[in-house]
Each structure stands twice: as structure tokens, then as C-alpha cells.
Write a protein that binds this ligand. Structure first.
Ligand SMILES: Nc1ncnc2c1ncn2[C@@H]1O[C@H](COP(=O)(O)OP(=O)(O)OP(=O)(O)O)[C@@H](O)[C@H]1O
Length: 601
């Protein structure tokens, strides 16, 4: 089940470094480095303005207040007001300068992630729950943007402010400065401990979020089955249990943060109290002026935000580094290699040839035999070969090897003599058209769905493909071939969807056609009509057709029987009925009378 799929990805991760993970964002952040610098400068100037206010206050106490000189007071009050206005302007600049470029950066990362997901092999998608991928493309990228917009800027600015504040304090009185800065050492030790724990909890929460998204997605997609089998309650229980786990992790995060927060706010308060006591003693003994003590304490209070914000800044940094890890786990996954050649089909019309082809799924149990254990099969050029075998024998898997949706673990597959690994993927998929048993339509018009098989096809070719697939129902749709179908459009029946998938496969007049039980959802009458039309298409192409029923088998010139991972027998329908007991068994009960003139007899 998908909810635990993240385990194999998170297992074995060593102690991660927050900084190293965040540095991986640099290639993206580089594009906005100028804006980041402007924002950080505006924030630093804003902080320095804040720190200037205590200095002016000290001057007011030691000057106009001590001298009872109200005339000298007003320029200084005006200065405090001006500093406030400057600070507001700088705050605005900091926000506005980053918001649009960071939204662009998030969009760019999302586009890269989406592009990568499209390029990754099917085997990758088999292993990852869709919710895990959704949460990476959604909330993780959002967390990264927030980090770059606020936390990164403030980590820099607060450090600078702290250094500037400390310099002001040392210039006033080194003893008071040391008292105020003493808690820095325990604070550093405590935050290091916090970082490790919080980072683990944060990763767990983000993974659990992804698992939860998978459950929601599966429940929505499978709502009919859940309702029909009365399983919506058990699904709701599963959802509740997983959200409880997520809640526990979030509470653990809140608990860790609360602990850190109490120390981060408590220690500086204690230090300020001590500084106040010692400072008052120094003023009483004329070792410090009252104005300097006011400046010192105001500075210490102004430094409270930079110190206190340490807690949430670290939490943000941690969450962003976890999010970056999760996003780069996908971006770093190796893509299937493309030969980078411009090779095309061989010159001899040799058809499809599989030699010693072996295959096993990566997650198959170790002690299980290979699903395909040395398949040798030759489909002559222009021939239609039916592939039959018991359920689960690997027929669909075998068909998926031709367009390289999966890679054989051994052996070779050639098309007209050319090894498919030498053909650029794009070219291979133009040459080999596929219609799967489970037809998927996208939220687009009928025309767009069918023309995915050949984007440059003409209207006449579209019409001809729809006719071959007996998809006359399209003309009766509200807007004909322009009608939106798929998840966000009109719902079509299983048979209608299957016919559109078939039209998609044949629209480009492919040189090689792979059909996985393409007529399984059709009624007997429509099946006969499609078969008749398909015969014409199959006459001009080399085809492999997975068949469960004699009627589909009869579309083919010859039949191959798949058993125990190998081709057990090849022959015409009649030959196999006569000589192959396994074939007889597979066809038994449904063995149709063989029509005159049909080639697979
Ligand atoms: N993505 C996958 N990951 C792991 N195992 C898989 C995957 N897809 C299929 N299998 C397993 O491989 C075996 C063969 O599946 P396949 O779909 O190729 O059989 P089939 O002959 O087409 O079956 P059917 O006639 O029922 O459609 C089955 O045991 C199945 O559980």
C-alpha cells in the first residue's frame, strides 16, 4: 500500500546537514540573488534604525531631560519620528522586492519537478505514492519559498543586528555587555540539540502529509468501489488513524518548539534583569551615566526580537531543508538513458524480434522466479501475433517492454533489425503505438485525447481512426469531437473510453501496434464491428495483440502462448488447438467456430 512507500526512501538516510540541504537551493536562488541582497540590505537598515532609537533616547535623557531644556527636546523627538518612518519604508521595500521573483522561483521549481516526473520511468511511479509526489510539488515548494522570503533574510539580518547591538553595548560598558551575552553559550548548545530532533520530526510530518494525500486521492478516485463495497467507513478509519499519527508528530514539533522558545525568551530576560541590577549599581556609584544605562537597556530590549526569533528561524530552516531533501530526492532520481543517436529503423523488414528477454519487477520477492525468463518470439513484418496466457503470466508486462515503459533485465528486442535501445525514445514511441486494457483519458477534448497519438494528424485521419474504433458515438456528444471528456469533462462508459484509446493508438498509422486486450469492454455487436475495421488497420502494420477471447485471437495471423515466463508454443489458432493442451485449456469454454477465410486458423 502506498502509505508506507516513503519508508524505503527515507530508510538509510544518514544524519543530514541542514546547511548542505539548503545550499542545494542555490542554483534556483542564484537568479534572485540581487533581490535577496536588496531585501537583506533593507531589513538590515531597518534593524539599524531600530537600534538607533535607543541611542537617541539616551541622548534625550542625558541632554534635554537632565538639563530641563525643552527647546533641545523637539529636534530629537523629530529624529525618533523620522527613524520610525524610515523603518516603515524599509519594511515595505523588503517585502515588495522579493514577492514576485520568489513566486517565479517557486513556479520554476514546480515546472522542473513536473518535467522530471514526466521523464522518470514507469518503474519509479510504481514505487511512489501519488500523494507523496503531490505534497512535494505543493506544500514542500511553498515551505521553501517562505524560507527564502523570510527566514533566510532574517537569519542574515538578525545576525548582523545582533553583532551591531553587541558592539553598541560593549562601547557603553563591557561588564554589562558580558552579562547580557553570557547566555549565548548555553543557547548555542541547546539549539544544536533542538535542530537534530526537530529535523527528524519535521521529515516525519512531511512524509506523513504525503501519505495522507495518497489516501485522500485513492478514496476520491475509488469512491464508487468504496461505496459499493460499503468500505467508506474503513477508509475513513484509515484516514483518521493516519491523521492521528500526523497530529502526534505535529504536537511533538510544537512541544520541541515550545521548549526552545521558553529557553530562547527566558534566558535573555534573565540577562536583562541582571544587567539592570548591575547597571543601576554602576549609575549609583557614578561609574555609568543614566543616559548610557537607558541606551544599554533599550538596545538589549531591541535585541530581543533577533534572539527570540532564533526559534522559529531555525524551525523554518529545518523544514525548508527537509522540503529541499524531499524535492531533490525526486529531481536526483536517474532518468532512463536515451541513446542520444538519430538512429532509425533497420532497412530489412524483419518485424518485431524478442531474443532471450528476461524481466522481473524491482519489488518482486527475492525468491520468486523471473516473470519473463527468456522470451524468444518473432513477429514477422506485417504480421499480427496474438499473445495468450493465463492471468498474471506477464502478457501486459511483455507488451510494456516494446515502447520501453520498462527495461528488460536481459535479452534484446529489435524492430526491423534495430535494437530498441538504439532508437531515441521519442522516435521509438512514434513507431510503436499502444492501447492498454485500462484506457486513460485526460481532461481535454475528444480530439485532443485521440490526437495525442499523432499531434500532426489531419481531420481526415482523426475521422478515419474514430471510424476504425467504431467511435461513432462521438458525433452524438454535445460538441462532437470538441467535447471535453475525462475527469473534468463528460464521463464516458468503459467501452466508449476503450474505443477512444483504440482510435488514439491507430490514428498515426503506426508501423508497430501493441494492443492489450483492446476489445474487452465492448458488447458482442460492437466488438464484431471493431474487429472488421481493425482487420484493415492490422493488414498494414506489425502488431502484437494480447487476447483473452477466441474472437480477439481470430484477428491474428498466428498466436503465441506465454507460460512460465517463456513462449511455450507459436502457431495458428487451429494448430495450437490441435497440438497445445495449455492453449486448448485457455480457450476452452469459449472456443468459437473459426470463420472461413480468417487467417489465424
Ligand atoms: N508494476 C508492477 N510492480 C510489481 N509487480 C507487478 C507490476 N505489474 C504487474 N506485476 C505483477 O506481474 C505479474 C504479471 O502481471 P501482468 O499484468 O503482466 O499479467 P497479465 O498476463 O497481463 O495478466 P492479465 O491477463 O490478468 O491482464 C503479476 O503477478 C503482477 O502482480
Amino acid at each position: 500500500m502506498a502509505e508506507n512507500r516513503h519508508d524505503d526512501k527515507t530508510a538509510g538516510r544518514g544524519r543530514r546537514s541542514t546547511v548542505r540541504s539548503l545550499l542545494r537551493l542555490w542554483p534556483y536562488a542564484r537568479a534572485v540573488r540581487g533581490r535577496l541582497a536588496v531585501s537583506a540590505t533593507a531589513a538590515t537598515l531597518g534593524m539599524l534604525t531600530t537600534l538607533a532609537v535607543p541611542v537617541v533616547l539616551g541622548r534625550i535623557v542625558d541632554g534635554p531631560v537632565a538639563d530641563h531644556d525643552s527647546g533641545a527636546l523637539w529636534p530629537l523627538v523629530g529624529l525618533v519620528l523620522a527613524l520610525g518612518l524610515i523603518e516603515a519604508g524599509l519594511f515595505y521595500t523588503r517585502r515588495v522586492v522579493l514577492s514576485r521573483p520568489l513566486a517565479d522561483l517557486e513556479a520554476r521549481m514546480r515546472a522542473d519537478l513536473f518535467g522530471k516526473l514526466q521523464r522518470l520511468p514507469v518503474a519509479f511511479h510504481d514505487r511512489w505514492g501519488s500523494g507523496q509526489l503531490l505534497s512535494r510539488a505543493g506544500s514542500d515548494l511553498y515551505v521553501i519559498r517562505l524560507f527564502l522570503a523570510f527566514a533566510l533574510v532574517f537569519l542574515v539580518v538578525n545576525s548582523l543586528t545582533f553583532l551591531a547591538g553587541a558592539a553598541v553595548m560593549f562601547s557603553l560598558d563591557w561588564r554589562l555587555a558580558l552579562i547580557f551575552l553570557a547566555p549565548a553559550v548555553p543557547l548555542l548548545l541547546i539549539t544544536r540539540r533542538f535542530e537534530g530532533r526537530y529535523s527528524d520530526a519535521s521529515r516525519r510530518a512531511q512524509d506523513q502529509n504525503g501519505d495522507l494525500a495518497t489516501v485522500v486521492e485513492e478514496s476520491v478516485l475509488g469512491i464508487r468501489i468504496l461505496k459499493a463495497f460499503g468500505r467508506h467507513r474503513s477508509m475513513a478509519d484509515r484516514f483518521r488513524e493516519q491523521s492521528r499519527e500526523l497530529r502526534r508528530t505535529e504536537l511533538r514539533k510544537a512541544h520541541l518548539l515550545a521548549n526552545l522558545w521558553s529557553v530562547v525568551t527566558g534566558l535573555p530576560e534573565l540577562a536583562v534583569c541582571c544587567a539592570l541590577a548591575v547597571g543601576s549599581y554602576l549609575v549609583a556609584h557614578d561609574q555609568l551615566s543614566a543616559g548610557d544605562l537607558v541606551t544599554f537597556l533599550s538596545t538589549a530590549l531591541a535585541l530581543r526580537f533577533p534572539v527570540e526569533s532564533l526559534g522559529w528561524l531555525l524551525a523554518y530552516a529545518n523544514e525548508a531543508s527537509t522540503a529541499a531533501d524531499r524535492v531533490f530526492e525526486v529531481l536526483d532520481t536517474p532518468e532512463a538513458d536515451d541513446p542520444g543517436t538519430r538512429a532509425d529503423l533497420g532497412t530489412e523488414p524483419d518485424g518485431i524480434r524478442l531474443t532471450g528477454v528476461r524481466f522481473r519487477y524491482p519489488d518482486a520477492p527475492e525468491d520468486s522466479p523471473d516473470l519473463l525468463a527468456g522470451v524468444d518470439l518473432h513477429i514477422r513484418s506485417g504480421e499480427t501475433m496474438a499473445l495468450v496466457g493465463a492471468t498474471g503470466s506477464g502478457k501486459t508486462t511483455l507488451t510494456a517492454l516494446l515502447p520501453r515503459l520498462y527495461e528488460p533485465t536481459a535479452g534484446t528486442i529489435t524492430l526491423d533489425g534495430r535494437d530498441i535501445r538504439e532508437l531515441p525514445r521519442q522516435r521509438l514511441r512514434e513507431l510503436v503505438a499502444v492501447a492498454f486494457e485500462e484506457p486513460t483519458l485526460f481532461s481535454a477534448t475528444v480530439r485532443e485525447n485521440v490526437l495525442m497519438g499523432a499531434p500532426d494528424a489531419s481531420e481526415a485521419q482523426l475521422r478515419s481512426a474514430l471510424a476504425t474504433a467504431q467511435a461513432g458515438f462521438v458525433d452524438r456528444l454535445p460538441e462532437g469531437a470538441g467535447t471535453e471528456v475525462g475527469e473534468q469533462g463528460l464521463s464516458l462508459s468503459g467501452g466508449q473510453r476503450q474505443r477512444l484509446a483504440l482510435a488514439r493508438a491507430v490514428v498515426g498509422d503506426p508501423a508497430f501496434l501493441v494492443l492489450d486486450d483492446p476489445l474487452s469492454a465492448l458488447d458482442v455487436h460492437t466488438e464484431a464491428l471493431v474487429e472488421r475495421a481493425l482487420r484493415e488497420v492490422l493488414g498494414s502494420t506489425t502488431a502484437l495483440v494480447v487476447a483473452h477471447r477466441p474472437s480477439t485471437v481470430l484477428l491474428a495471423d498466428r498466436v503465441a502462448v506465454l507460460a512460465d515466463g517463456r513462449i511455450e508454443a507459436v502457431g495458428t489458432h487451429q494448430e495450437l488447438l490441435r497440438d497445445c493442451p495449455h492453449y486448448r485449456e485457455l480457450m476452452s469454454g469459449e472456443a468459437a467456430p473459426v470463420p472461413e477465410g480468417s487467417s489465424a486458423r
